[in-house]
Design a protein around this ligand. Structure first.
Ligand code: ADP
Length: 780
């Protein structure tokens, strides 16, 4: 048996080892002999007799190993000490072992660290509590380390202060640091932290007031860190004898908190200053966040801070059930929105129109955390929209009224003009070779001029309203231009002027365009040229330009004169409606200032632009370039292409002179009726003219008389021309008779409508003898 004292003497590493690990004492093991010494705690804890020596066969079970001399277990292991090789029971322990040479001999020290199971409670009560205390304090130590919690105290009687290791580590001071109240306080650099801790320590020392603070400090190594520090007082006979506390490194948490706080602040300021009413609510409809606009839009008499945490229904106690339903749908995960919601907030004098959207927001852990509400007060824009809509309706109404007025006016003015023109024609024919013929001619001319002005105004109004439409058809360009020149030639000759024509041979004969409208432009331009020229000539020129395409040609058309010219500064404004070069023009030359404006609009429809180049006193040139489409059918090859204007009326007159023909004239205006009858009698000999004042009469006359042709007015009382045509077409024999529309033709789509209801042809008012003749010969 080795004496422990001599054994342990001068063996500080052994002491340290045992002290560190040997909660339950220790055993000294001679590798040759066996256990040579059990410490007193070890004997108690293992239930062995003190100072009993064990034979070397004594076994240490450890996963089937014996502790024999060769067995050198490592630093720590679990096992049992057994006295009998057959015995499997024994006290289970956690061992730490170390080999230590003493006086040339090798010993193994087994430190019993922890009993794993208590076999006999009575035998080891002291050790147990000792062990627990030790293990608890070690646990505390470990926890303190892990949690970075250090302790400190200050004995006021001795003035001695203590810092635990962790406290020193937090402050990054050396182990031999000498703590005191003053030295402790000097780690707090910032004004705020220094003041807080100083006041707290003073209050603790003087009155025992506890403190719990989170402060920023700077360690001995100059590192900035955050700590939580708690201070308390210990009393004896109502006197403070000691102050103590803990200090915890909370730098990581604080940094994280601060980052979070700054993120939250960013989010907050975003919501707060959002230029819309936004609110975030939780599952109980309590406010979490809201924008300033929310308060303003809903006129909530509270501050943001007062609103937060309050229930939405507490703030709006009168909110209706519909809204509550919408909210609860949002809270169950639905996204809802409305672009125009009109409601009357309680206490308001007028409706509010809002646009709103409600969508759920989700918790990190999943599930709906509440709702986000977004609303926008669109009352103002809604009202503006309504006003605009109303204004538009009014404008449309007045526009419709204007169109109607124009249509009516056209009818009303054209009807008497029809009479004037027609009868002055007849008059002139009757009064040949008398002085009255000249008067009749003048009346006729004036009526024509008046008709042209009316037509101009109507055209212009239609163009302004965007109702002017082109009827593009394959037409002979050269022919249309020549026709225009021929019409104006009489005036030119009268003025002693010559109208020349220069034609580019490269222009295809047939092109797609609205012949009437192009003729209108040419007549206007040539008319102006004649009007403003006294000496010289007028030249119409057609020039082909390269379009770069196969199915399109560009043609530059110009009308040049040697007249008075236009001052440069006036060249732009003459294209405006009702504008002339200067006011003297009207006095000298007459005119309405509409012609060029209409030309410009018509040319725009033809994807062209009217331009002018002119110098005062030398003359003017009006020109434009039209992109013409080349049609697939060529007029030259298309022999059966028919157009009344193109047929030779003289030839027709020769080959057929219908006798005993019945012509039904449907016309409500007596003057026009008389005129038509007169014309017809002059065109067709041996004719029976039947009359009807309206559509209704026309039908019955048709049934009785079965006429060869019907000339049908459109606008009539009782039954109009369209309805009458439809009715006649449905009668037996009714689809054989040619029905010719006779109309003012100012209403858009009128011509198309005539064909759609089953009419065969179209005659424009005022009816001219020549046109009527062509139509009659064509259809009889
Ligand atoms: P109107 O001829 O009815 O007055 P226009 O619109 O046709 O209206 O023409 C507007 C004005 O442009 C004319 O009044 C005249 O001052 C000027 N103008 C037009 N054509 C010519 C031209 N060939 N030579 C000189 N001035 C012209």
């Amino acid at each position: 048996m080795i004496h422990p004292i001599s054994f342990i003497k001068n063996k500080p590493e052994l002491c340290a080892f045992v002290l560190e690990h040997g909660l339950y004492g220790f055993l000294i093991w001679d590798t040759n002999v066996g256990m040579v010494y059990p410490s007193e705690i070890a004997t108690k804890s293992m239930g062995i007799i003190p100072h009993q020596s064990f034979p070397s066969e004594c076994l240490l079970n450890h996963s089937g190993y014996k502790l024999d001399p060769k067995y050198k277990p490592n630093d720590s292991f679990f096992g049992r000490i057994c006295f009998d090789p057959n015995e499997s029971a024994g006290f289970p322990f956690h061992f730490h072992s170390k080999e230590i040479p003493v006086d040339g001999k090798s010993y193994r020290i087994l430190a019993l660290d922890a009993a794993l199971k208590k076999n006999d409670e009575n035998q080891i009560p002291i050790i147990q509590s000792e062990m627990e205390l030790k293990s608890v304090s070690r646990l505390l130590d470990q926890m303190a380390n892990l949690a970075k919690i250090g302790g400190w105290d200050l004995d006021l009687r001795t003035g001695k202060a203590n810092w635990t290791n962790v406290t020193k580590r937090i402050h990054e001071v050396d182990d031999d640091f000498n703590p005191s109240v003053e030295s402790g306080l000097q780690f707090y650099h910032s004004e705020e932290s220094r003041t807080k801790i100083t006041n707290a320590v003073n209050a603790l020392l003087e009155m025992g007031t506890e403190y719990d603070l989170e402060l920023e400090m700077v360690t001995a190594k100059g590192n900035q860190t955050w700590v939580r520090t708690i201070g308390r007082a210990e009393y004896e006979n109502e006197k403070i004898i000691k102050i103590y506390g803990i200090i915890q490194d909370i730098n990581d948490r604080k940094k994280w908190e601060m980052a979070l706080a700054s993120q939250t602040a960013i989010l907050w300021s975003f919501v707060e200053h959002a230029p819309a009413a936004v609110a975030m609510l939780d599952q109980e409809m309590r406010y979490i966040a809201l924008s300033q606009r929310w308060i303003e839009d809903y006129k909530i008499p509270m501050s943001k801070e007062e609103i937060i945490g309050k229930c939405h229904y507490e703030i709006f106690p009168n909110i209706d059930e519909d809204w509550k339903k919408i909210h609860s749908r949002g809270l169950s995960g639905e996204i809802l929105k409305c672009d125009e919601d009109i409601w009357r907030p309680p206490g308001w004098e007028k409706d509010q129109v809002i646009q709103w959207e409600i969508r759920p927001w989700n918790l990190l852990s999943g599930g709906v955390g509440g709702i986000l509400m977004f609303t926008r007060d669109i009352t103002e824009s809604y009202e503006t929209k309504l006003e605009l809509k109303h204004a538009k309706e009014v404008a449309e109404k007045s526009y419709n009224a204007k169109s109607e007025f124009l249509a009516n006016m056209s009818h009303e003015i054209r009807t008497p003009l029809n009479g004037i023109i027609g009868y002055s024609d007849l008059l002139a024919e009757t009064l040949v070779d008398t002085a009255f013929n000249e008067y009749a001619q003048i009346v006729k001319q004036s009526a024509h001029t008046l008709l042209n002005i009316v037509n101009d105004i109507l055209d212009f109004s239609k163009a302004e309203a965007g109702k002017l439409q082109l009827a593009e058809e394959p037409n002979d360009l050269k022919k249309v231009i020549l026709e225009s020149i021929r019409i104006m030639d009489i005036q030119a000759i009268a003025k002693g002027l010559d109208i020349r024509m220069e034609l580019d041979g490269n222009i295809p004969k047939t092109l797609m365009f609205d012949a009437n409208r192009l003729r209108q432009v040419m007549l206007n331009l040539i008319g102006n040229a004649l009007k403003f020229t006294e000496i010289g000539f007028i030249e119409c020129k057609l020039e082909r330009l390269d379009s770069g395409k196969n199915d399109e040609v560009f043609v530059r058309i110009s009308v040049k004169d040697t007249g008075i010219g236009i001052a440069l500064e006036n060249q732009k404004k003459i294209f405006d409606s009702f504008t002339q070069e200067d006011f003297s023009t009207t006095r000298k030359f007459g005119g309405t200032g509409l012609g060029l404006a209409i030309c410009r609009q018509l040319l725009n429809l033809m994807k062209s632009e009217l331009q002018v180049s002119s110098s005062l006193g030398e003359g003017s040139e009006f020109y434009f370039v039209i992109p013409f489409r080349i049609p697939e059918i060529d007029l030259n090859l298309e022999s059966n292409f028919s157009s009344p204007a193109r047929e030779d009326s003289v030839a027709m007159e020769r080959n057929s002179n219908p006798k005993g023909t019945k012509v039904l004239v449907v016309e409500d205006n007596l003057v026009n009726m008389g005129l038509m009858k007169n014309f017809i009698k002059r065109i067709v000999s041996d004719v029976i003219i039947l009359e009807a004042e309206n559509g209704e009469e026309a039908i019955s006359v048709f049934q009785k008389e079965n006429p060869n042709i019907i000339l049908m007015d459109i606008q009539m009382p009782v039954k109009n021309g369209y309805d009458a045509t439809v009715a006649i077409r449905s009668l037996p024999e009714g689809n054989k008779v040619p029905i010719i529309a006779v109309t003012a033709g100012i209403i858009a789509g009128e011509k198309e409508k005539c064909f759609a209801v089953g009419m065969n042809d179209y005659l424009s008012k005022p009816v001219q003898k020549e046109n009527l003749k062509q139509i009659l010969f064509k259809w009889l």
